[in-house]
Structures are given as C-alpha cells and as structure tokens.
Design a protein around this ligand. Sequence first.
Ligand SMILES: C[S@@+](CC[C@H](N)C(=O)[O-])C[C@H]1O[C@@H](n2cnc3c(N)ncnc32)[C@H](O)[C@@H]1O
Length: 289
Amino acid sequence: MDKTEVVSRRQLFSECVKLLEAAGKDSPDFDTLCIFQDMLGDKNPLFLPDEAVPREAENRIRTLAKARAEGEPLQYLLGKWEFYGYPFCVGEGVLIPRPETELLVENVLGICRDNGISAPVIADLCSGTGCIAVTLKKELPSAEVSAYEVSDKAFGYLERNAALNNADIRLVKCDVTDEKAAGNAGSFDIIVSNPPYLTAEEMASLQTEVAHEPALALDGGSDGLDIIRDITKIWKKHLKKGGWLCYEFGDAQHEQVGTILAGNGFDNITFCRDFSGIVRTVAAQKTEE
Ligand SMILES: C[S@@+](CC[C@H](N)C(=O)[O-])C[C@H]1O[C@@H](n2cnc3c(N)ncnc32)[C@H](O)[C@@H]1O
C-alpha cells in the first residue's frame, strides 16, 4: 500500500482478521475487535466502517495483530483483562485470570453466606494478579484479606491491581511453601488458592499462548500437586477450627486432592464442577484443632 494512502476501519479490520486466520488463531474476529476497541477507544468500531484510521493507530493495530498472530496472548497485548466484572492489569510475568477461577470465588462467597460469616479473615495463597483476593475484598467489604505471592513480577501486578480497584488488602511477598515464612501468618477463617497445578506432561505440551505465561504460575511438579500438598500441610495450622480451605485444580486431579485433604484431617470435602463439566474446585473444613 502507498504510504500516503489512508486505510478505512473496514479494510484494516479485514486485513487483521485474515492475518489471524492464516496464523490459525481460534477467534480472529473477536481478537481483532478487542484490538480495535482498545486502540480506537470505540465500543463498536465497525459502526463507522469507512472512517479513516489515524496513521499512529493503524501502525499500532498492525503491530498488535502481528504479535497476536505470532502467539502473544491477547490479554497481554491489551494489558488489562476483566475478572468477576473488575479490571485487572496483566502482562508478561503474571498469569491471566481465567473464567473458571470465578467459580472458586463463588465457593468462598457461598461459604460466607451459608455460615453467616460477614467479616471473614481470608488468605489468598499464590495470588498472581490478585484477582481472587481483590474480588473477595470488593464483594465482602468487611473481610480482612491477605494476598501471598512469591514472584517479583507478579507481586508488582498484585500491588497495581489492589490500587486500581481501591481494595484495601494486605500484600505479602513470600514463598507459601516455606514453613518459616508462613509462620508469621495469623489465623484465618478461609484460605483459598489457585496454585500452579499442571503436571510435568502438561508442561511439556503447552499451547503457544499458555507457553507465554510464567512457568512458576503453572508448574505443579510431576503430578501437578506438589504445591497443594505443601500448602495443605503447612497452612492447615493457620486455619481456625471450623475454617475452610478452598482450591482450584486441574482436570482429573480431584480424587488425589480429596485424598490429600482427608489425609490432613479435613472434613466436609465438597467438589464443584466448572461450566465445562470438569470437577474444578474443592472446599474442605477443619473440624478438629
Ligand atoms: C496459577 S497462578 C494463579 C494466580 C491467581 N491466583 C489467579 O487465580 O489467576 C499461581 C501463582 O502462584 C505463584 N506461586 C508459585 N509458587 C509459589 C510459592 N511457592 N509461593 C507463593 N506464590 C507462588 C505464581 O507466581 C503465580 O502467580
């Protein structure tokens, strides 16, 4: 194309969709729409299909579409993603919040509702962007929420997202599998975690987009359950009697997770399926000191 030629929204949209189709992306129209919305600040950019795209926006859109075609996650390109209706900054070095994790949040809210706990003391372990901790604080304003994360990069996002959402939560940078670091933690009504839980086999065959996300956020050791084993053993001491431990985990891991919880003395072990029918979360109660 001639450098002085102006490109219309319709032309550029169609070019980007074709680029993503050729790269085998699952949702070329959706991805292109998100990029256009972000760059043009227009909810429905194709409402004015013949409008000329300003040169700077055109260049940026082309750059983003190319990066998307090369496998960069859409969420990283946009720099922000929604979880439970709240905005979260995302980028290289932090896990993108997943829709199935909203189920884990629902589990915690359900426990509070069913047990009449209006001001729970909550710990979110392996907090990443802080999507769980921040959302719980927004949904339960009287809750006292602490978020624990080991990665420097993820911790930076955690700080930004707590500020972005005006969520007054305690942020702790530590390795949750280090008994000494956990030793200073208080005592909680609910401990929730979406820890790394991919198996070694799954880590070896990651989809291109997921491979852009940090291994530290994904790798759960050979059977994927290393962190769940450690957290259960170490953090049960930090649960009040009657308190709850809630996890998200991977497909087909529920039986082993149930065994770990039962082996650590937990009762009332209750599983939930996600919207794909996969058993995805568990809540278990500490009934004995
Ligand atoms: C699966 S991601 C979940 C992030 C976030 N909770 C969510 O649901 O989107 C797991 C997170 O645990 C962190 N992590 C991994 N090992 C950890 C450890 N030993 N101590 C604390 N955080 C850890 C990773 O850096 C990553 O941010």
